[in-house]
Write a protein that binds this ligand. Sequence first.
Ligand code: C5P
Length: 231
Amino acid sequence: MMDAISPVITVDGPGGAGKGTISRLVAVQLNWHMLDSGALYRLVALAAQRHGLTWDNEAALIPLAGHLDVEFLADSGNTESRILLEGEDVTNAIRTEECGSGASQVAVLPGVRQALLDRQRAFRRPPGLVADGRDMGTVIFPDAELKIFLTASSEERALRRHKQLKEKGIDVNVATLSKEISARDARDAQRSAAPLQPARDAITIDTTALTIDAAVEQVMQLCRDRKLVRV
Ligand code: C5P
């Protein structure tokens, strides 16, 4: 099967560790596809809200997740830039902390995770995929060629998230953000279905004191070491 031969790099870790930015830049350098799996959980949370469903209603959320009408519009760099939910552009709407919190609540439900499984694996296409999330290396792509686990101190992650949201025109207090991030980390790490943890064969990179470019270079060097890229 063609899918089976496409290489995958998984990038897992807590929110604000730099997964999204670093994964995207690595995908652009390699000219590979990109999966932002967190966006799928955020989309389920947003769709639930719009359909008047609570984030703990597993029986109703399973079919919603399974039939989610989503379109990822790729940009020229081969990575998705706009996200449509039921035809509406929700690229920014899913980035709020409320949606992030909703995402982490729907993400504890095993049935919801199961309903999103095939959709995530379908992103594996030639020439390769960079997959960003929490369980990419442990559950979704356990046979990935390279598994990265990105971390950063919680203070640094709160500051980065603040900056990121501000750039999107969303203003939140850093202290509030820090509390929300800790609550989300705890929920992600303690849930029984696919908890946030490094795969046994993952390489951990602490990005607290690293620039984005330096972190990308570390990942690219690992790609070279594993012959995923020439030179
Ligand atoms: O990465 P992002 O902040 O967009 O993810 C939102 C939430 O979705 C996370 O806090 C986590 O609970 C959930 N998630 C997950 N598994 C993934 C990606 C995200 O459970 N692979």
